[in-house]
Design a protein around this ligand. Structure first.
Ligand code: NDP
Length: 449
């Protein structure tokens, strides 16, 4: 990086940290993008003079609100709700809702910022947003979750709409929560419109949406491998998490002839050297979706080891798919993966790798598919759900899987176009710049708004 770019980057980050004190996740996500984008725009005065990057690091608006609900004992509970509407330059705000005790404004700002570039990469007309609450769904009854979702939507409904902002699921928000929120939206607005994605099939949902993020992540990995003359077949993979993204990552690796040997949750990870085959995976889906149990139960059921409080990155593998949460791979974890011979890391979760880990991947020149590219399949099929809702029709599973496959291939090709360096592809650089250009050009066209 030329000296002038380094000093510009430092100045930029100093200003950002001053304006957003204590928001470490947001600082981290912005740094990851501007380190690629600043060198790209340094000799492009049209972007620099219009302060595009400065504008893109200031969300359009952030809505915060009180969510008040009653638990099963009749006790009044208070949580905080958020919606970060980050940028609608290329389409309505679009991004998931997260219910997790770790949710803060910083976490949602990082997610909404990333979402803007990710949505741009899909080629579909969607802006970036993200929302959620510090509500912890663990251990809550169905009725408590329903009352919370209804209370959350009672405020959120006035800020969203099919042409304004279309939320979806994320950590802690699956089919059950989306359905409760959609039901409450119908009650309040009396309008059956595609205001949420990830809906049930009976009321406007799309086939393949449940599978899309995990499938898309493996498709992206397959494209990186093919570009380097390799394939998923015969490879051993390590997956973290055991929720939606992790489950369908395992399923697709299996379809393509690979073998997955780990899964995790916030209590630890299981290592099954025999591989998590289709039958074991069905058991995991039931455990997590219906019984809401812990991954340690897998070790008892199938007679393998459970490593309490640990993450799976020291297990030797060819492919790594972090699919749990942000900052789950630090520099030492990344070095352990590299030392054990990993050839590709494809991020199913958002920002799972700390900056030190990313630097290690880049130094080792392994294939690194960053989240905004590798996990864009979920929002891409959400975009297709919006299209089907507008057209009042439903596409078949095969047609949707085919579209998802094409979108992931197209994202891969854009990353190669902007990330090709001597002898290798820097997918981080490629995804950041490709995502930026489309949004930036729209903003330039609008003038100063
Ligand atoms: P789920 O709620 O279905 O699953 C989350 C999984 O991650 C669970 O196994 C959970 O374990 C684990 N996890 C969550 N927080 C932590 C933590 N702090 N430490 C360790 N493990 C943790 O969520 P999803 O599968 O939908 O989302 C996973 C990731 O993928 C997130 O980063 C999300 O933003 C990203 N993503 C999801 C998309 C989607 O379509 N769902 C789209 C694009 C990205 P436990 O049950 O113990 O909490």
């Amino acid at each position: 990086m030329p000296y002038s770019t380094i000093s510009t980057l430092e100045e930029f980050m100093d200003g950002l940290k001053r304006r957003n004190p204590g928001e470490h996740e947001f600082h981290q996500a912005v740094y990851e993008v501007v380190q690629s984008v600043l060198p790209f725009i340094i000799d492009k005065p049209e972007y620099r003079d219009a302060q595009i990057m400065e504008r893109l690091t200031e969300p359009d608006r952030i809505i915060t609100f009180r969510v008040c609900w009653q638990d099963d004992e009749g006790q009044v509970r208070v949580n905080r709700g958020y919606r970060v509407q980050h940028c609608n330059a290329i389409g309505p705000y679009k991004g998931g809702i997260r219910f997790h005790k770790s949710v803060t404004q910083s976490v949602l700002k990082f997610l909404a910022f990333e979402q803007t570039f990710k949505n741009s990469l899909t080629g579909l007309p969607m802006g970036g947003g993200k929302g959620g609450s510090d509500f912890n769904p663990k251990g809550k009854s169905d009725s408590e979750v329903m009352r919370f979702c209804q209370a959350f939507m009672t405020e959120l409904h006035r800020h969203i709409g099919p042409h304004t902002d279309v939320p979806a699921g994320d950590i802690g928000v699956g089919a059950r929560e989306v359905s409760y929120m959609f039901g409450q939206y119908l009650r309040l607005e009396n309008e059956f419109v595609g205001v949420l994605t990830g809906k049930g099939l009976a009321f406007g949902g799309s086939l393949i949406r449940t599978e899309a993020t995990g499938y898309g992540c493996v498709y992206y990995c397959q494209d990186m491998l093919r570009h380097a003359g390799q394939d998923v077949e015969g490879k051993t993979a390590v997956v973290s998490g055991s929720g939606n993204v992790a489950q369908y990552t395992v399923e697709k690796v299996n379809h393509l002839g690979g073998k997955v040997v780990t899964l995790s949750d916030s209590s630890g990870f299981i290592h099954d050297p025999e591989g998590i085959d289709a039958e074991k995976l069905e058991w995991v889906k039931d455990l997590k979706e219906n019984r809401r149990g812990r991954i340690s139960e897998y070790a008892q059921e199938f007679g393998c080891e459970f490593f309490e409080g640990q993450r799976p990155w020291a297990v030797p593998c060819d492919l790594a798919f972090p699919c749990a949460t942000q900052n789950e791979i630090n520099e030492d974890d990344a070095k352990a993966l590299i030392a054990n011979g990993v050839i590709a890391v494809a991020e199913g979760a958002n920002m799972p790798s700390e900056q030190g880990a990313i630097d290690a991947y880049i130094d080792a020149r392994i294939m690194f598919g960053p989240s905004k590219a590798a996990n864009a399949g979920g929002v891409a099929v959400s975009g297709l759900e919006m299209t089907q809702n507008s057209m009042r029709l439903s596409w078949s599973r095969d047609e949707l899987d085919q579209r998802l496959r094409e979108i992931m291939m197209n994202i891969h090709d854009q990353c190669v176009e902007y990330g090709q360096e001597e002898g290798w592809v820097n997918y981080l650089q490629g995804s950041n710049v490709a995502g930026f250009v489309k949004v930036a050009d729209a903003m330039l066209a609008y003038g100063v708004v």
